[in-house]
Design a protein around this ligand. Sequence first.
Ligand code: SF4
Length: 209
Amino acid sequence: MSSFDPQHRQNNVAGHATVTLYRISQAIALLLRDKGQKYGLSPTQVQALLFLAYARPNACTIGGLADRLGCTSATASGVADALERKGLVIREPWPQNRRTIMLSLTANGVAMAAMVDDGLEELETVVRELSEAELAALLRAARHIEWGLAEQGWIKVYESCWKCHMFRPDEHPNDPLRPHHCAFMDAPLQEADTYTECSYAVPLGELVQ
Ligand code: SF4
């Protein structure tokens, strides 16, 4: 039985939905390719720039990039090399462990990330046509699929603190520099960090029991 087989999909809603997701993923790949081509970037380089633009700084390592791109460290290193040659990324050893290489965007990298940031706009335009109830159902279903694939090890889910079950806002009202708290790390958080994406996040929602 295969979701690609139209006969199998005939009376099989899960198979039909699966192949629909496959077509959407093809469209997303094309959207990113199109966006990157305008600026001489591959789709992978676009994804790497957006990862570095939004991920928590301590996740911006070669290993973190490999996790995000779903590739090996050697491949992620090659992507970082290419972006470094374009003057968009710099590598620096992490002060606490000089064997770990941190990646960050240069000023040109920040500007380029901003230019490719709307790579999913066409998709969101179509999604916005749904009613509120349809959007809520779509989000619930999409999260279920996302987490199922994450549990199988195919993707890593990044989220910001404000959408994370482990976030305790304003838990330290007397500390203006780090007023929030992360229950996962058991550590205070500064405001700016709460808007970056974290690989340890447990997204809020129906899947959290
Ligand atoms: S686990 Fe990550 S996203 Fe969640 S509160 Fe802690 S730092 Fe924020």
